[in-house]
Design a protein around this ligand. Structure first.
Ligand SMILES: [Zn+2]
Ligand SMILES: [Zn+2]
Length: 136
């Protein structure tokens, strides 16, 4: 569905990666765990059962955290805390945070998921005014 290789890096640039292979799905997850670990309304993750990740630099600068008793897993840069791709063995999928990519992807999210856990303020966000830059 999408043509790779895609490239990405963390905010501080210590960790860089390349992904070859196609993404099969793209979900915006509103569950409480994803809201907590992203600090935002939802996570935005691409999934692939076949894509391969190559760490271009800084693999030793990553840490993976799995919430005990759950399949919720995240990888992040030890210096800047940016969320990074992670292989999730239980489901056999490479999970790639869309925001970690530098390259553009020509894929739209498939769905909002876990919508029953949405934050109360996360409603009709498309109707909120848009500002091209910081509020003045
Ligand atoms: Zn970093
Ligand atoms: Zn979630």
């Amino acid at each position: 569905m999408n043509t790779n290789p895609a490239t990405g890096q963390c905010l501080c640039g210590a960790v860089k990666f390349r992904i070859s292979g196609d993404f099969e799905s793209f979900f915006l997850c509103h569950c409480g765990r994803c809201r907590k670990d992203s600090g935002s309304a939802h996570s935005a993750n691409l999934f692939s059962s076949t894509a391969k990740i190559t760490w271009v630099s800084g693999e030793e600068n990553t840490r993976t955290f799995q919430l005990s008793g759950s399949r919720h897993v995240k990888s992040f840069c030890l210096d800047c805390g940016s969320v990074l791709p992670v292989f999730q063995p239980e489901i056999g999928l490479l999970v790639v945070p869309a925001g970690s990519l530098d390259s553009q992807i020509d894929m739209r999210p498939d769905a909002h998921i876990c919508c029953s856990s949405r934050a109360k303020w996360d409603k009709d966000l498309a109707s909120i005014k848009e500002i091209n830059g910081l509020p003045g």
